[in-house]
Design a protein around this ligand. Structure first.
Ligand SMILES: C[S@@+](CC[C@H](N)C(=O)[O-])C[C@H]1O[C@@H](n2cnc3c(N)ncnc32)[C@H](O)[C@@H]1O
Ligand code: SF4
Length: 490
């Protein structure tokens, strides 16, 4: 157990999140009274007269003390944010020194570390200054700071100038052939929900038509049909959804992605249908190319099935294929990732997305996983390094990055693309400078309020019946939020 006592400020959540990264397997308890408990590890944080003092105790014995002068923090941002950074930095420096633990993302615990680099670029274009702030104040490891700067520069041309007429559309198909053990996404086993599919698609098409009416004066830029596994539903139903999009939203869509994640849902017929409907990007996701692991994680396919599906898609002429990998799957180490990358190298996809396993509540895996130790973190780091070297060799450049809660070792997910093959939807999703409308069960709409430079979220229901029965209620909410955005601008 780790106890924490805070005085002089109220950013308890930020501190709690950072502590969780240093102590991933420990329960963290906040103390109201500093003297009430000092068993095991105890952290005391105290802000007074622009100084933040962090004390770390173990079994009531003071191990380490660190004082940060908050006036010296320089992050080129508002006072409130500067104070927050100073306090977290004080905690970080104290724990880093005493526990000899260096975190790859320093004091950052959020999902979008790239936003900090973007905001710094908005105020100062000097890369050396930005690099220094990221490494010295946010304590981000040097290679990661460089990665953020590179990605921020790459994304600029897709984001600026901000065009508030432009938006993206996400369509959720929440069905899968079987459920993978690590998955916590809304995903329903297709066989069990067979009878519900026509009702679901009808509701979805109704929702799409209403959205098109709401968005009729704006330009749809990119569409992403994800899930779940969109290619697990009957082929003509999937085609009906795609054609509804073209009919309702026009044919000037620049990018249209369909996730065909599981090769056990792909055949020539479905790939041909996607090609005939001008789908220019699909995902075929190995996660790993080791058959033993594929069995363990509950995927109903082999590495050979991936190779076959990929070659079929290329023969049919799909221009961009993305492949997802997960680092940290059970039983995998440096040898296994080497094998996976070796086979992917022969396929040479235009996009590669490397995830680090996140063990989330709601997945079968979370019920069985053993606690991991620092050795595992080192192995995962080495595996990630292998994927970075591989990407460089294959001319795949990092173009978006995000993190998830409950990721092993507090690492990251990185999307790579060959020059000119970057996915606009993924950039827009991460950058939050454009509206994304979600349709379907479990999707989420993100309305960009330009004047306030912030996002408002409207989640759709995560339950199938609720989504179908309460669709008008959801549409009303979307309409209200979009209206609020319009009156904000004009
Ligand atoms: C929304 S999932 C859908 C993709 C598709 N259904 C599939 O499984 O091939 C998108 C990607 O997220 C990644 N992912 C899913 N669950 C994850 C987890 N618990 N930890 C890390 N990555 C995960 C996988 O790489 C997956 O391909
Ligand atoms: S990982 Fe993909 S295929 Fe597996 S259950 Fe989740 S959404 Fe479905």
């Amino acid at each position: 157990m780790v106890s924490i006592a805070i005085s002089g400020f109220d950013y308890n959540h930020d501190i709690y999140e950072l502590l969780r990264v240093f102590f991933p397997n420990e329960e963290i308890v906040q103390l109201d009274d500093i003297n009430s408990n000092k068993e095991d590890y105890m952290v005391e944080l105290n802000v007074r007269c622009n100084r933040c003092i962090t004390n770390l105790y173990y079994n009531k014995k003071l191990l380490s003390s660190y004082e940060e002068n908050l006036e010296k923090i320089n992050i080129n941002r508002e006072v409130d944010k500067t104070l927050r950074v100073g306090i977290k930095k004080s905690l970080y420096n104290c724990l880093e020194r005493e526990l000899n633990t260096h975190l790859p993302w320093g004091i950052l615990t959020g999902i979008r570390p790239g936003k900090i680099a973007d905001e710094l670029f908005e105020k100062d274009t000097n890369e050396i200054n930005i690099f220094n702030i990221l490494t010295e104040e946010y304590k981000i490891r040097k290679d990661n700071a460089k990665l953020l700067i590179d990605i921020s520069k790459k994304q600029k041309k897709y984001i600026y100038p901000i065009d508030n007429d432009r938006y993206s559309l996400y369509i959720s198909i929440p069905f899968c052939p079987t459920r993978c053990i690590y998955c916590s996404f809304p995903s329903l086993p297709i066989k069990k929900f067979d009878d519900e599919i026509p009702k679901y698609i009808n509701t979805l098409i109704y929702e799409l038509k209403c959205i098109s009416e709401m968005m009729k004066d704006r330009k749809l830029d990119s569409v992403y049909i994800g899930g779940g596994t969109p290619t697990s539903i009957p082929i003509r139903e999937l085609e009906r959804i795609i054609q509804t999009v073209y009919q309702e939203f026009g044919e000037h869509i620049k990018e249209f992605t369909v996730e065909a994640g599981r090769p056990d849902t792909i055949d020539k017929e479905v790939l041909q249908m996607l090609k005939d409907n001008n789908i220019n990007r699909i995902s075929i996701n190995p996660q790993t190319m080791n058959d033993k692991t594929l069995k363990t994680i509950g995927r109903n396919h082999s590495s050979q099935d991936i190779i076959k599906a990929y070659n079929m898609a290329k023969d049919i002429g799909i221009p961009t294929i993305n492949m997802d990998l997960i680092i940290g799957l059970p039983g995998e180490g440096i040898e296994e990732i080497g094998h996976t990358l070796n086979l992917l190298g022969k396929l040479d996809p235009e996009n590669l997305t490397v995830h680090t396993l996140a063990v989330k509540r709601g997945s079968k895996y979370s019920e069985n996983i053993d606690k991991f130790d620092r050795k595992d973190i080192d192995i995962i780091q080495n595996m990630i390094d292998e994927t970075k070297l591989f990407a460089e060799k294959m001319h795949l450049n990092p173009y978006y990055l995000y993190r998830q809660k409950h990721m092993l070792g507090n690492f990251e997910n990185i999307g790579y693309a060959k020059e000119g093959y970057e996915c606009i939807y993924n950039i827009s999703m991460m950058e939050e400078k454009e509206t994304i409308i979600g349709a379907g069960m479990g999707s989420s709409s993100k309305i960009y309020y330009m004047r306030e430079n912030r996002i408002g979220r409207i989640p759709n229901f995560k339950d199938l019946k609720e989504y179908i029965n309460r669709i008008d209620e959801l549409l009303e909410k979307k309409k209200n939020c979009l209206y609020r955005e319009t009156i904000n601008i004009f």
